[in-house]
Design a protein. Structure first.
Length: 111
């Protein structure tokens, strides 16, 4: 059903690859204006160009980066309807039953 998202503005984090790219592509094909965020400037720019979206390089683990994404989205489109918080990360240390506390302390999200 085309145009189900016509007139909507969506931000898709981690939109340069994988599930995020698929979501961004689907939303764009359904009529949404899409803003892709990703850490990879080159890949994000290429995907945005490929599907007709806007790209904002952002590390979504940082508040000021989210503020930048919101400002650029509102400046470009005047509103924001949907946020797909798809971005993910991996950690070098795997949590084991004896190492859970150590992994938590070492986690970049612990600050």
């Amino acid at each position: 059903m085309p145009d189900r998202l016509k007139g909507k503005v969506a931000v898709v984090t981690g939109g340069a690859s994988g599930f995020g790219k698929a979501i961004a592509t689907t939303f764009q094909s359904e009529g949404a204006s899409v803003v892709i965020t990703d850490l990879s400037e080159d890949t994000g720019t290429a995907v945005a160009k490929e599907i007709g979206a806007t790209f904002v390089r952002a590390d979504v683990t940082k508040r000021d980066e989210w503020e930048k994404v919101l400002k650029q989205t509102l400046d470009a489109y005047g509103k924001l309807d949907l946020v797909i918080n798809n971005a993910g990360t991996t950690y070098a240390n795997k949590v084991s039953p004896n190492g859970a506390a150590k992994a938590l302390v070492a986690s970049p999200c612990a600050d």
